[in-house]
Design a protein around this ligand. Sequence first.
Ligand code: SF4
Length: 347
Amino acid sequence: MSQKISPQFIQTSLAASLTLGFQQGSFHRHAKLKGLNLLLHYEEGCLGRCQFCGLSRSRREGPRGKTFIRVDWPLYPLDEIIMRAKGKDQIHRVCISMITHPRALEDTLYVIQRLKMETDLYISILISPTLIHQNASLEAMKKAGADRVGIAIDAATPGLFDQLRGKGVEGPHQWDHYWKVVQMATSVFGKFYVGIHLIVGLGETEKEMIEAIQKGQDMGAHTHLFSFFPEKGSPMEDHSPPPLAQYRRIQLARWMINEGLGSIDRIKFDQVGRLIDFGIDVEPLIRLGEPFMTSGCPGRDGKVACNRPYGNERPSGPIRNFPFMPEAEDIEEIKKQLEDWKDGILE
Ligand code: SF4
């Protein structure tokens, strides 16, 4: 075999590489990975030009594909990954990220089939909507063994989407098409077997972000939330992550909407689109801690399996997406972070 490319080779997140024992190391605060994230790999990389992504063709330095959502993605043989994953009870789910490449659809089907035949893991696909034009592609994934799909809308408004992923950067992606694929996916996989990824901090207001979350909810897609992190070498390396108080408010609103406890109609915003009232008493929800955990596809126990430890921040903290249930001290910390808002203090 001359080239190390998919489908025979595939990248794993650093967390997956550690959990499968390819590399040695442990997670800060003993976080346990429950979902293996895999990423197709080709010499040409991803054809997208998304300004915030470490895989983008417009990345200015370093080897492409080295980082993607903040962590390293080493490359291993698929056979070896499957062999190691088999004996790991802690792993509930595997997710294959397609990337935008002409071979991605076909190779994704191959990887799904192998995983389905050789493991008992649940299988998600983070699909590339730009490559999908008919239900048949999604039906083939379902038939091969995938039970859920994720769609990385990422930017919360059509303007930001265009500016960061579409026409503004001569990129191939289109906002309307992405949402059309969300609709196709819910018709094939079923409502709430589809998730959308949204990244907080790309320049949207809180109101715009919550509108996107509500739009997903109304279509039958939960939101898997990310906090923007400036990827080194990406065109947005100098852009700051969103203030922590803003991220906490969005986490809480997302959880409330996705759990069916509230909706945007009851949330109040100020003139600059900042959330000022959730419309329900959120104190008990904050105490639960769960709203601040990583949101993603579930595992065998119905809890989030895709917990992506430290995918959004440095382990030294502060933790944005908790890969485990926040402890009492964490909740006190979260309350303080949220109170910055009550005092009208902006970070
Ligand atoms: S949330 Fe689901 S679709 Fe998104 S990366 Fe995790 S497993 Fe994949």
